[in-house]
Design a protein around this ligand. Sequence first.
Ligand SMILES: NC(=O)c1ccc[n+]([C@@H]2O[C@H](COP(=O)([O-])OP(=O)(O)OC[C@H]3O[C@@H](n4cnc5c(N)ncnc54)[C@H](OP(=O)(O)O)[C@@H]3O)[C@@H](O)[C@H]2O)c1
Length: 288
Amino acid sequence: MSRLIHHSKPYLSRFLSLASSRNGRFLSTGADTSHNNSTESDRVEEAETVNIPPPPTEKLLVLGGNGFVGSHVCKEALTRGLTVASLSRSGRSSIQDSWANNVIWHQGNLFSTDSWKDALKGVTSIISCVGGFGSNSFMYKVNGTANINAIRAASEEGVKRFVYVSAADYGVVNYVLRGYYEGKRASETELLTRYPYGGVILRPGFIYGTRRVGSMNLPLGVIGSPLEMVLKNAKGLKKVPLIGPLFTPPVNVTAVAKVAVRAATNPVFPPGVVDVYGILRYSQQKSA
Ligand SMILES: NC(=O)c1ccc[n+]([C@@H]2O[C@H](COP(=O)([O-])OP(=O)(O)OC[C@H]3O[C@@H](n4cnc5c(N)ncnc54)[C@H](OP(=O)(O)O)[C@@H]3O)[C@@H](O)[C@H]2O)c1
């Protein structure tokens, strides 16, 4: 756009003249030297067209953004200025906080890719917080198959980065919950295959924070926080055969959210597995 600007106010002309002398690209003065010098800067005839590229747009899709971890991820991403969308079977979160109004809530089921393909439009990165417990076959499906579907659809759509919230090994517990762990590991393998450079796997142990159950807030930090203090300094206990993994320190949900958002948006965040100690370390860094 270019337009003519005529005026005679001296203060405005001085401002424009100053601006033009500082950066000739933005304004040009049409000084008419046949008139006296005092009118030289009184006329600004043309403002040049300046093409300023729009700021880079980053759009994050949080799979399971209405869940415990997912809602903290959405909130963290919004505070970092990202465009944030969520996808889950029930759609909009029941959370009434004002930040929830800034999330684009999609409804869809990861088992049927057609039901959520539209949610992938314009997405630059994904964080999957989809998982669950139940029978072994159910756990394999929701922790494995559902996420594998998501990883495949995302890579086909050209989404650049994908972060999967997985889980730490718990030794003997792994056998009892084998559908859960086999599903997690199958998703991890798919992620590392499809996203060798932009795939990050977070493996927290117990995640604490305030969890909403219906209309109630459950303060899991009451147990999680002191346990974290004790166990994060007792790394040696983890090496005890069979029961060692039970000493994995719990981690705060806000720490998981911070690291997940950073891993999803920072192109130099190292791909691969981040264990609970890595999550604690990254979350304490200033840029996390
Ligand atoms: N909480 C912990 O202590 C902990 C510890 C280690 C690892 N993790 C892992 O962290 C992740 C998040 O855990 P969380 O505690 O936040 O779980 P959560 O509160 O139960 O959230 C699970 C989310 O997944 C969505 N979901 C489930 N099935 C889906 C499907 N077929 N299609 C689309 N969305 C689906 C749910 O929403 P809808 O029901 O509306 O679909 C919900 O938003 C899980 O993978 C979990 O295994 C959790």
